[in-house]
Design a protein around this ligand. Structure first.
Ligand SMILES: Cc1ncc(COP(=O)(O)O)c(C=O)c1O
Length: 386
């Protein structure tokens, strides 16, 4: 479909093309020096001791759960209002996801009180998701985790470059996981990164990423190793040099692009306040510096979302929603997972949430057009309610 305003857009230029060309010309495509450089630059950017590039964030989350020792009989607490990969990663290890509620209209992030209510003697980890790039209450979550001896894993898929109290998101927990999927703030097509300050975990993660082997094809090509041992049940979760080359260029552009996203978010909030005060705008005045990955709004109670989205589509505006709650999916519903409470906020707000277009090159004119469409879509939806 030819959208007047798409939901997201990539920022690719000659630098990305040159970087890819350089790798292709070099003749070395699998993980090598370009990936190593990407990892070093990413680690420096977020301020972590180690960054380990991966095929995608789902693989990163899976390995984060593996190295945290999750397994059958364990429970991990996470929000239901996230992408299904966060919960799937827990289940790959045989552990059970336990869904906590979100805070409310002002913040769609996991609620600390709800996390606390979900803790049982089987709880081993908390997986937080920084919704839209906005920080969860990490000081409170870390202190709760410390009190109960729990591991904290951050799904920072939306939060590359986000900060809280001057500390990058992804570096608060034991392990942080980032996604470079094509709609993310920086992209390699498919791709992801794990960060940690723990040397032993980093070593284990590197081994698990590549079949549990003690050396890489690159090491052998370089003459640094002749053979290898297999010391763990590993996976093939390696990134490749083409993606790492894209990642290096995208990382350089990220601070400026995140700044642009923040400016556009401020403009959206101003225009929405003026023209559609009945629409909720979560995360206004949220603490920290957000990567502003998503622009969520909440429809007034009683407005039909399908009709609203249809009207936006007629105006050529692509919208989405984040997310259908995981505990309501067929695959999860049938499993009788321990759902702590009724997840009241999650269920009430998930059906009202709409995500508006947001990307660094989105023009101010397009933002006004989107807001005008929100205004007319609300008017129309309200008329059909009356
Ligand atoms: C919150 C969240 N977690 C995990 C993922 C999975 O990322 P990937 O597609 O890189 O595996 C995504 C991707 O959309 C996401 O938004």
């Amino acid at each position: 479909m030819n959208w007047r305003v798409p939901l997201s857009d990539v920022d690719f230029g000659d630098e990305e093309i040159e970087a890819v060309k350089h790798v292709v010309k070099s003749g070395w495509l699998t993980m090598g020096t370009v990936t190593h450089e990407f990892e070093c630059e990413f680690a420096a950017f977020v301020g972590a001791r180690h960054a380990i590039a991966m095929t995608n964030a789902t693989a990163a989350l899976h390995l984060a759960c593996v190295v945290s020792g999750l397994g059958p009989g364990d429970e991990a607490i996470l929000p239901s209002l996230t992408f299904v990969a966060t919960a799937n990663a827990v289940r790959y290890t045989g552990a059970t996801p336990v869904f906590a509620d979100i805070e409310g209209e002002a913040s769609l992030n996991i609620s600390v009180a709800s996390i606390e209510a979900c803790i049982t003697p089987r709880t081993r980890a908390i997986l937080v998701v920084h919704y839209g790039g906005y920080a969860c209450d990490m000081p409170a979550i870390l202190s709760l985790a410390e009190k109960h001896g729990l591991i904290v894993i951050e799904d920072a898929s939306h939060a590359v470059g986000s900060k809280l109290e001057d500390r990058m998101l992804g570096t608060w927990g034991q392990v942080g996981c980032f996604s470079f999927f094509s709609n993310k703030n920086m992209t390699t097509g498919e791709g992801g990164m794990l960060v940690t300050n723990n040397d032993q975990l980093a070593e284990k993660l590197r081994i698990l990423r590549s079949h549990g082997m003690t050396s890489l094809t690159w090491d052998r090509h370089q003459g640094h190793a002749w053979s290898y041992d297999v010391v763990d049940l590993g996976y093939n979760y390696r990134i490749d040099e083409i993606r790492s080359a894209l990642g290096r260029v995208q990382l350089k552009k990220l601070p400026n692009n995140n700044q642009l996203r923040r400016k556009k978010t401020t403009l959206y909030h101003e225009l929405l306040r003026e023209s559609c005060p009945e629409a909720g705008t979560p995360f206004q005045n949220h603490p920290g510096v957000s990567a502003c990955h998503l622009l969520p709004i909440l429809l007034p109670v009683g407005i039909g979302r399908d009709e609203f989205l249809e009207h936006m589509k007629e105006n050529g505006i692509q919208t989405s929603f984040h997310y259908p709650p995981i505990h309501l999916f067929s695959e999860y519903r049938g499993m009788n997972m321990p759902v702590s409470s009724k997840l009241k906020m999650t269920e009430a707000l998930a059906t009202r949430e709409v995500t508006l277009p947001l990307y660094p090159t989105l023009s101010d004119g397009s933002i006004s057009l989107v807001v005008k469409s929100v205004q007319s879509a609300l008017k129309r939806a309200r008329q059909s309610v009356v």
